[in-house]
Design a protein around this ligand. Sequence first.
Ligand code: GUN
Length: 295
Amino acid sequence: MTASTIDGKAAALALREQVRDEVLRFRDTTGRAPGLAVVLVGEDPASAIYVRSKGKATREAGMESFEHKLPADAAEDELLALVDRLSADPTVDGILVQLPLPPQIDASKVITRIDPDKDVDGFNPVNAGRVAIGLPGFVPCTPLGCLKLLKAERGRLTGLDAVIIGRSNIVGKPIALLLLGESATVTVAHSRTRDLPEVVRRADIVIAAVGRPEMVKGDWLKPGATVIDVGINRIDVGEGTPRLVGDVDFASASEIAGAITPVPGGVGPMTIACLIRNTLVSAARREGFELETSL
Ligand code: GUN
C-alpha cells in the first residue's frame, strides 16, 4: 500500500483565499483593514525569514502588516513598552512576538503581557486556558493547521485513537486538547515513554512533533494510519545546502500509512494560513463583524 500525500500547500492556499474574501467584506463594512503587528528582536536569520513571509501573507490577504524590529541587545522593558503600545492600538488586531527571544528577555513575561484578545499566536496563558476548557480563544497556529488537515482527511475524528509524540506547550499539548475536543482518544507520548513503537502502532492518527529527524519508522505504524509530521529538521548531507526532513521517515512510513504530510509542503504552509485566519477572527470579534464562512 502507498499512502496518499496530504497537500498542505493546496489546503493553505484555499484557506488564505477564503480569508482574503472575508477580509474584502470586512473592509467594505468597517472601512478599515485587519492589522497584524509582528515584532522581531535581533537578527536570527531563520526568524527574519519567518517574519518576512508572515508579513507577505498578511498583505496578500488584504490586511495591514505592521513590522517592528528591535536590536538584539534591546532591554526587556523596551519590548514590554512596545507590546503595551500595540495592545492599546485600535488598528492592531493581532500581535505576534517572534520567538526565540535573546537571553536578556524573559519570553514568558512578554507573551503574558500581550492582550489575550490580540494574541493570534495563542501563546498567552489566558488563551492556553481557554483552549484547555473549550472556551473561544486563540488556538496556536501549528496545532490549528494540523487539526484542519486531519479533519479534511478523516472527517469526524470521534472515537479514533490519536497518538501525539511530543508534549511542548506550542504543539504537543494544544494538539492533544484539540483532539480531545473532537472526541478522539488521545495519548501523549514523549521522551520517557516506554516502548514508543508499540504505543504508536495503536494509533489511527499519529502526530509527530519531537524535533528528531526521521525518528518514526514505517514499521511503527498501523496500516492505513493518518500521519501528520510537524517536524522541520535541517540535516547536513555534506554538500552545502542542508536537506529538510520531518520527524517521520517518509520513505518507509508512506509504505504503511493511509495518508501522510510531506516535509516541506505539509504542516508548514498551514501555520501561516492559520495565523492570518486568527488575525481576521480577532478583527471580526473586535468589530462585531459576522464571518460568512467557518474558517
Ligand atoms: N518561532 C517559531 N515558530 C513561531 C511561532 O509560531 N510563533 C512565534 N511567535 N514565534 C515562532
